[in-house]
Design a protein around this ligand. Structure first.
Ligand code: DGL
Length: 284
């Protein structure tokens, strides 16, 4: 056995660490916003796959293919932790991502059935009623085995009403965040949940918090509306702190899209209020 009286110190970081984040489009910006709040000063690199959005109507193979490409690109650009800021991509591709890069820390975004069940039970506690939660998500998320498994594992003793929302991401991507068309669609999508008398609704797609106000209006004030971004950012922060190189960097926010860069930049500046944000177009 060989020992050393002078053990070498832990390796020092020489390059700034970067967290890579992707989504089909603008939805993952809600996760990015939570990451910024949770981990100020951390270098973040966001890719919106706008040219291929929405993922909701796509096949599992297509979503997996896109996710693998985006993850490879982000790592080539220096990402040492990956946040899949998309429920649809997480549902279909996270297993393939983890299999391809077993040493890469990867944080997924999934409908928080467990916290929603707890919130619902807290709400109905003391009343004769049974917890009833609604989940709004894309067609592909609700159809996935991973989602069905989440529900069957965590929703015991509670009723879950899953509501697919075709068309909603398209409107949000087009910047329709408060138009008559958006309100009409939300009205139609929320009707079955109102009929089911849900007490709690979970936004199971990262785009939906961008229309949280109109959604709450369509569901009615008595329904509690939950999102998942803060939990995702907390998980990312925990994994990041375990890494060897969370050095601060001057260039802390890099925004890219596979679609129209000017349009994406306008969205970021106007909707998120990041007035000096710049975005570049890329092909992945
Ligand atoms: N924002 C994504 C999600 O969380 C994807 C929506 C889509 O592209 O259809 O599911």
């Amino acid at each position: 056995m060989s020992t050393s009286s002078n053990p070498s110190p832990a390796p020092e970081a020489t390059t700034p660490g970067v967290i890579g984040v992707f989504d089909s489009g603008v939805g993952g910006l809600t996760v990015l916003r939570a990451l910024q709040t949770q981990m100020p000063g951390t270098a973040l690199h966001y890719v919106a796959d706008t040219a291929h959005a929405p993922y909701g109507p796509r096949s599992a193979d297509y979503i997996t293919e896109r996710s693998l490409r985006l993850a490879a690109y982000l790592q080539d650009q220096g990402a040492s932790l990956l946040v899949v800021a998309c429920n649809t991509a997480t549902a279909h591709a996270i297993a393939a991502l983890r299999q391809r890069w077993p040493d890469l820390p990867i944080v997924g975004t999934e409908p928080g059935i467990k916290p929603a069940v707890a919130a619902s039970l807290a709400r109905v506690n003391g009343s004769a009623g049974r917890g009833r939660i609604g989940v709004l998500a894309t067609v592909a998320t609700i159809a996935s085995a991973r989602y069905q498994d989440l529900v069957s594992r965590h929703a015991e003793g509670i009723e879950v009403f899953s509501q697919p929302c075709p068309g909603l991401v398209d409107l949000i991507e087009r910047g329709q965040l408060d138009t008559p068309e958006l309100h009409a669609l939300l009205e139609r999508l929320c009707q079955p949940l109102r009929d089911a008398r849900v007490d709690t609704v979970l936004m199971g797609c990262t785009h939906y918090p961008l229309v949280q106000g109109p959604l709450q209006q369509a569901l009615g004030p008595a329904v509690q509306l939950l999102n998942i971004e803060t939990a995702v950012a907390q998980r990312a922060a925990a994994l990041w702190s375990e890494q060897a190189k969370p050095l601060p960097t001057a260039h802390s926010l890099r925004l890219e899209t596979t679609g129209d860069a000017a349009q994406f930049q306008r969205f970021v500046q106007q909707v998120l209020g990041w007035s000096s944000a710049q975005a570049a177009g890329i092909q992945v």
